[in-house]
Design a protein. Structure first.
Length: 121
C-alpha cells in the first residue's frame, strides 16, 4: 500500500492496522491487512482495490462507522450510548444490514466531527 500504516492493539478488536489515505484514517483488522501485505519486490496493491472489497462486504457507511468506533477505542455498546441507539443497531449498521439514517448520521457528525453525508447511501 502506498499509504502510511501503523499497527495498534485495541481492547475489543485485537491487533488492527491504521491506514491514512487522502487525509482519512481507516482501521483494518490485522488479519485482513495481512492478505494485502506484499514482499518488497512485489507491486503495491492500490487502496481502491482494498477499500472496494471492504465497502462491498460492509458498505461504505458501515466501514466508516466501524473505523470511527475503533479509532475512538469504543465498544459497540459505548458507541450506541453516545449516538442514542442500541448495540444491535450499531452492529447492523456496521455490517450494512441497516442503513444509517439522517438523524443518527447528524448525531455522529456532532460527536466525531465527520460530515454526516458520508453515512448516507
Amino acid at each position: 500500500m502506498s499509504a502510511h500504516m501503523r499497527t495498534h492493539r485495541t481492547k475489543s478488536e485485537g491487533v488492527v492496522i491504521r491506514v491514512r489515505h487522502a487525509g482519512v484514517v481507516y482501521i483494518f483488522p490485522k488479519k485482513v491487512a495481512d492478505q494485502y501485505r506484499l514482499s518488497p519486490s512485489s507491486e503495491a496493491v492500490g487502496t481502491d482495490k482494498v477499500f472496494a472489497e471492504i465497502n462491498k462486504k460492509y458498505t461504505k457507511p458501515g466501514a466508516l462507522l466501524r473505523g470511527i468506533r475503533v479509532r475512538e477505542n469504543l465498544t459497540q455498546s459505548e458507541l450506541a450510548k453516545k449516538i442514542k441507539v442500541t448495540q444491535s443497531d450499531v452492529s447492523q449498521m456496521e455490517n450494512g444490514t441497516r442503513t444509517i439514517g439522517r438523524i443518527v448520521a447528524k448525531r455522529i457528525e456532532k460527536i466525531f466531527q465527520v460530515n454526516y453525508r458520508s453515512f448516507l447511501e
